[in-house]
Design a protein around this ligand. Structure first.
Ligand SMILES: [Zn+2]
Length: 144
């Protein structure tokens, strides 16, 4: 286990650019250079056309709430300061098949609904006892 667990491993090659973009305040997803399909989670070959060349592409950061839960009790001690929090899956507007694992923030959790419009916000992910933080894409209800 990495010493900074549960921070994400921002050096892991398949998702390194995702975290680098987040650090710049951008949401990026790999897009196939041949057919334009988004590839999320990052993969070696395009599921649509079989090619294997991708370019990280900036997304609008808008999407819809696809699934979520409200965590009241931390199963890992590192999360005890964070409860209650709302892990969720957000389907991006550019392609609802691209679903980002994230947290829903700045919301009243009991008022969340399926398909709710949300937009990305960038927040430092931090855990007690770990000096480093990682800027992560979270989502918040979009007032439109
Ligand atoms: Zn393709």
């Amino acid at each position: 286990m990495r010493p900074d667990f549960p921070l994400p491993d921002t050096d892991w090659e398949p998702t390194r650019e995702y975290w680098a973009a987040a650090a710049r305040g951008e949401l990026a997803v790999p897009r196939c250079d041949s057919c334009g399909a988004y590839a999320w989670y990052p993969r070696e070959t395009c599921e649509a056309c079989g090619q294997s060349s991708f370019t990280w592409t900036m997304m609008s950061g808008r999407g819809r709430l696809f699934a979520w839960t409200i965590v009241h009790h931390a199963f890992l001690p590192q999360f005890s300061d964070a409860v209650p929090y709302v892990p969720g899956l957000v389907a991006l507007d550019e392609d609802p098949a691209v679903r980002i694992v994230t947290r829903i923030v700045d919301c009243e959790p009991e008022r969340l609904t399926f398909d709710l419009p949300v937009r990305v916000v960038f927040r430092p992910l931090s855990f007690p006892g770990i000096d480093r933080t990682v800027t992560a894409p979270f989502f918040t209800p979009d007032a439109q």
